[in-house]
Design a protein around this ligand. Structure first.
Ligand SMILES: [Zn+2]
Length: 384
């Protein structure tokens, strides 16, 4: 019996390619070497309008699941299903995102991360811990029984010695208005773990204090926090004007009104990091689905708890691109926020751009921006 490679061997792709130099789609052929690094981009003289569109692959720093599976299942099989489910939507990099859970459950996630197979064509980039140290008053769909005060000893036990390449925890979401959150922020950032502020009732002063302690991002801006008020800028107003903060946005048209999405791009386009906050129900039929071990009700466009609270989303990055183009956001800003911004934030060398020397992490789309094929380091990892 001969083993067939899962990946097709290719060394070029042709289409209307998003080029960072022009910020536009241009007919071109991308060629890469055997390691998947882009060697050449050759502009094509063609008027052909049947060419597919090629963008850099999407990087999602906040996603809980896909294809009926949740990161909290903490098994290799479930994570591989999620990885493939995301690849079908053009994702060439993602952070497996947890929700607030017992220490033993988070330990299982760490264990899974330690054993998760590494290979060049994997789109798994590490972990994003969303909670458990968040503000109970702004917990959203996070389970109340697992939300708790900052526990420095617990986090040390869970993470200590395990923040190297073997278990890359790259990001943690915490509430900066909790006691000891400043210490926790310093402890994490000293170990190279980025800190997002979220699920919090924090105001301007607490937000700025967290920035001084090293926090550099906001989890799903506007959702799970106090809104913007002209006499009380709060965390949102501070986030919009504080240049050191990356801003996660969920662009399903439900979490944030399209007009407010446009406002954020007007104010801070270079700092937007687009995310899905997608859950297991993505690409599944409407009905009851899981977030962690809790059930949520899912319809065509949203996922909610019994009381109507939004519980993550069923958004995909390609749907986000379609929405943003319809709302008038320029292509340059969309590609920056889905691809280059997260790569810059996490220091992911060689990711996020279609340029010589970068990896051929690409998504090929039809003229309606539906995914045809996803490449990781030059090899096809999904062709839905
Ligand atoms: Zn989330």
């Amino acid at each position: 019996m001969t083993l067939r490679s899962t990946f097709h061997n290719e060394n070029s792709a042709e289409g209307r390619v998003y080029l960072p130099t022009t910020g536009n789609l241009e007919p071109a052929r991308i060629e890469w070497d055997t390691t998947g690094r882009i060697e050449r981009i050759i502009r094509l003289d063609t008027r052909a309008n049947d060419l597919s569109i090629i963008l850099p692959g999407f990087i999602d720093e906040h996603v809980h699941g896909a294809q009926g599976h949740d990161v909290m299942e903490a098994t290799i099989e479930s994570w591989e299903a999620i990885s493939y489910g995301l690849a079908k939507h053009g994702v060439t990099g993602f952070l497996a995102t947890t929700i607030s859970a017992l220490a033993s459950e988070l330990q299982e996630v760490m264990e899974c991360a330690r054993n998760y197979p590494r290979h060049p064509q994997s789109n798994w980039l590490g972990l994003h811990w969303e909670g458990p140290y968040i503000d109970p008053a702004f917990k959203g769909a996070q389970p109340a029984e697992a939300v708790r005060p900052v526990d420095l000893r617990e986090i040390e036990t869970l993470l200590s010695g395990r923040t190297d390449d073997m278990v890359p925890v790259r990001l943690m979401t915490l509430a900066p208005n909790l006691p000891l959150s400043g210490k926790l922020t310093q402890w994490l950032t000293a170990r190279g773990i980025h800190v997002n502020l979220g699920h919090t009732g924090a105001g301007q002063e607490e937000t700025m204090a967290a920035v001084k302690n090293g926090a550099d991002g906001i989890t799903h801006l506007f959702n799970g926090m106090v809104g913007l008020h002209h006499r009380q800028p709060g965390i949102v107003g501070t986030a919009l004007t504080e240049d050191s903060l990356w801003l996660e946005l969920i662009t399903d048209g439900i979490h944030i009104h399209p007009e407010v999405v446009r406002l954020v791009f007007h104010a801070a386009a270079s700092r937007v990091i687009l995310v899905t906050d997608g859950i297991s129900a993505t690409d599944c039929l409407p009905g009851q689905h899981k977030l962690g071990k809790w059930f949520v009700n899912v319809d065509e466009n949203s996922a909610r708890l019994e009381d109507g609270t939004l519980a993550g989303s069923v958004l995909t990055p390609d749907q986000s691109v379609r929405n943003l183009l319809r709302w008038g956001i320029p292509m340059r800003q969309i590609v920056h926020s889905w691809c280059e911004a997260p790569a810059l934030r996490f220091g992911l060398t060689g990711l996020g751009r279609i340029e010589r020397g970068y990896f051929a992490d690409l998504v090929e789309l039809d003229s309606e921006y539906r995914v045809l094929r996803t490449f990781k380091r030059g090899q096809t990892i999904a062709s839905p």
